[in-house]
Design a protein around this ligand. Structure first.
Ligand code: CA
Length: 229
């Protein structure tokens, strides 16, 4: 079955160009010219990947991405943000909002297609994997075991879920509220500092002398799992 891609873009010539090239690659393509229209389509059916323009009428790409990450059905939807801006601050903001990748306009179509392929490859197997591997860390979701460099690690239940959550999307930056939603559940009424406390415990539990810290802190944005990348 071919992967389904939703293109949310208000520049019609670009939408047509993307549709043509993506269909030529064998993907099934749907499109929306407004943010709110894309949001409605995403509620009806979740695609395998979303190409999302930063500046969209209705609901902006940034806002739409933020909302998607708060919904269980779309919290892991692969998103590539398309944007005309290239400043580092915007890039960090885009990733912190939950985009998996980022392409600056004007981009080359072959480059974009390569990123689409890479993202689908990267995220698909992890979604169903029972054993998550990142660098020298291995997390077995069935046996509830974590090993680092061949040695068993002892994690509390929350740290285990937190690590699993981060490891499923290596390199993606999650905000504290996204982590609260994803690890503790939407109804948990907890302070965002709770996240910091458990990240601290997780860091301690996975620490081995001479080995890198797998959890990266992104100031003002959140945390990501970054080992072995
Ligand atoms: Ca636009």
């Amino acid at each position: 079955m071919s992967a389904r891609i939703l293109v949310a873009e208000d520049e019609e010539p670009l939408t047509l160009l993307l549709r043509y090239n993506l269909e030529a690659e064998g993907y099934t393509v749907d499109s929306a010219a407004r943010g709110d229209e894309a949001e409605l389509k995403l509620r009806e059916q979740v695609p395998d990947l979303l190409l999302l323009d930063w500046m969209l009428p209705g609901v902006s790409g940034i806002e739409l991405c933020r909302r998607l990450r708060l919904r269980r059905e779309t919290e892991r939807l692969p998103v590539i943000m398309l944007t005309a801006r290239g400043e580092e601050a915007d890039r960090v903001r885009g990733l912190a909002t939950g985009a998996d990748d980022y392409v600056v306009k004007p981009f080359s179509v072959p480059e974009l297609l390569a990123r689409v392929r890479a993202l689908l490859r990267r995220l698909k197997p992890a979604e169903i994997a029972e054993i998550l591997t990142g660098g020298d860390i291995e997390l077995d979701r069935v046996q509830h075991r974590v090993r680092r460099a061949g040695q068993d690690l002892h994690l509390g239940p929350t740290e285990f879920r937190l690590l699993g959550f981060l490891m499923r999307s290596p390199g993606r930056v999650f905000s504290r509220s996204q982590l609260l939603d994803g690890v503790w559940g939407r109804d948990a009424e907890l302070d965002e500092r709770t996240v910091d406390v458990h990240v601290g415990r997780l860091r301690k539990a996975v620490h081995r002398d001479g080995l890198p810290d797998p959890i990266r802190t992104i100031r003002g944005a959140g945390y990501s799992f970054e080992i072995g990348r």
